[in-house]
Write a protein that binds this ligand. Sequence first.
Ligand code: NCD
Length: 359
Amino acid sequence: MKHLIDPTDLTKQEIGEIISLAQDIIAHRERYQGSMSHKKLATLFYEPSTRTRLSFTSAMMELGGKVLGFSDARSSSVSKGESVQDTVRVLGCFADVIAMRHHIEGAQLYATEVSTVPIINAGDGSHSHPTQTLTDLLTIQRELGHIDGITIGFCGDLRFGRTVHSLIKALSRYKDIKVILIAPDELKLPDYIKQDVCERTGIPYREVTTMEEVMGELDVLYMTRVQKERFLDEDEFDRVKDSFVLDAARMSLAKKNMAVLHPLPRVNEILTEVDADPRAAYFRQVENGKFVREALIVKLLEWKDDPEHGMPADETPVEDPELRCPNKKCICNNEHAPHRFRRTENGVLRCWYCDSKVK
Ligand code: NCD
């Protein structure tokens, strides 16, 4: 069965099909209204969300389907100690597809092991956020007319920003991408993305510490919020919270057709004076998110029983009772998920569920 847990669960061809369908939905909305009548989407949100959850809800409503679920785990049986796997087993009896957000990394991947319906990862901790990635790709396609060949600058919290991690993974499917990482030392991109994604797939990346030195090179500037809720140390958060701010003066250094993306919510990293600039694409991006989620729901239900569209064949997991995942926020340290690992091409052992380095 096809789930969407990580952006690399989709081939470039499948991403292309979802983006094309989203564009067709935008052009002919009336053709798709009612196409999901009698279908139900369950939204299981264990972590706060405005955009993502309502975007899924709105997408399913546009298609004529129904939505059920919870937006606060305290109001569900989770508060009685129910496991993620039991919750999805139950929800599979009520819904045709599940969108789940969880603060525990790898929770959705663990849930797929027992699910009878497709699961969509709507964000797991600071790990992955593949439907934001589809939103970003559709936005880049619509703003610039192409994805291959772009130079993209990621700015802000590259350490905890799951949208950044996921988009870089997906861009590794495209040709001639150049990545520029703009972040203070404390918020640098995790090594596993640099090594296992950029270096392994040959995406050139450069790390810089000011926006000014690279603004003129960028086709896309991807701004992010500093993820306060993921910091363990408040002083560290205070030191970096105002690191990079996009204003009109910095925009004047950029190309005439550069697109500014932001997954939102913004705090103060883009001044409102930038909103009126035609290159500010972040509110158009929100609407694209609804269309791309419509396309994703349609495609996942179409692909559900099609052997051509299974999950990617993965390596056999390494199981060793002596080894432990070091990440306290990983599913295997929070529920009874096994401590299971995969060996990457450069010989590093990583957690099967959250990608943390083991040794
Ligand atoms: C992002 C997220 O939840 O990771 N928002 C979103 O899904 N639109 C970014 C963020 O919270 O900063």
